[in-house]
Design a protein around this ligand. Sequence first.
Ligand SMILES: *Cc1c(COP(=O)(O)O)cnc(C)c1O
Length: 382
Amino acid sequence: MNTAPPHLPPRVRAVVDLDAVRANVHALRARAAVAELMAVVKSDAYGHGMVPCARAAREAGASWLGTATPEEALALRAAGDTGRVLAWLWTPGGPWKQAIEADVDVSASGLWALREIVAAAAEAGRGARVQLKVDTGLGRNGCQPADWRELVDAARAAESTGALRVTGIWSHFACADEPGHPSIEAQLAVYRDALAVAEAAGLRPEVRHMANSAAALTLPQSHFDLVRAGVSVYGLSPSPELGVPADFGLRPAMTLSAGLASVKRVPGGHGVSYGHHYTTPGETTLALVPAGYADGVPRHGSGCGPVLVAGKWRTVAGRVAMDQFVVDLGGDTAEVGDEAVLFGPGDRGEPTAEDWARAIGTIGYEIVTRIGPRVPRVYVGV
Ligand SMILES: *Cc1c(COP(=O)(O)O)cnc(C)c1O
């Protein structure tokens, strides 16, 4: 973790506001009043830094943390987290035993996983906590409804030997960010049927859960015992069609900025960056921003990515290179070292991650998650 004070002149840095993370968790808990909140901290907390964000989310009342990979869950344990953690993306080989020993809830979508869990629990000498995932229509991971009874019966049989306890039954939406999409009610119906099958077989899960951020914010009938909130914890809206973050009381936690590495006058007709896809229309001032695609600035932002420099929105001039890109300041000036803000919460007039997403045809999730390991994360509100 980089702890340089926020006032030091940076090359490039991502300032992450942990007060915003805490406030977002509070806002989400208020929305999902009867359900517990799982803060999803996979992929380095969507690029924000897993351990500090997990800690902030816990402080704000997240009773669960969620990760994709077991390695992420084990990293939380290594950092001292002792609360409930679910890891859901497994491949043969686990590491099941390490996860069981670390008190991580594991997930099974099929018999192969259940078999490996039972074997690992025997090796570990303790029962595993297992959550069964049903595919209610996403078509990704999860047990098909046709195979569900077999998985449930096998889990119940393993439960009766003490090898494991089924702590959760869960699923994931395909289109929760499109209110009224017919798949939403269809998935909920399949999920309720799967719950009924599990209960009839004698399973008594602690937590039943389906909701991601979009569902946590807009679909109270999907909340059950727990909501799994990811992108909203970091203050992004799951979809611009649903609303902007402020509509849900959310605030973007990350600000990506850099200090200008060069500011210089150039004549008209000067080519800019690889391929000369931009040529200065007249004598002008070019500013060099020392952040590039190696830092996670999308190369697709060439010629279209927004950036606040010298008090105005500018557009990336020419190509984004691996380590740097250029903006044309036109008739304005700046000093070397002045701040260029690629995105942030928007309070200072800077673009947001959503603005970048719109500019390059992706989603805000990808803009923040792709910020690379070369960019120091600087935490405020620690
Ligand atoms: C990533 C993920 C989430 C969180 O989704 P958001 O849209 O970011 O809230 C929830 N559940 C699962 C299974 C996920 O993979």
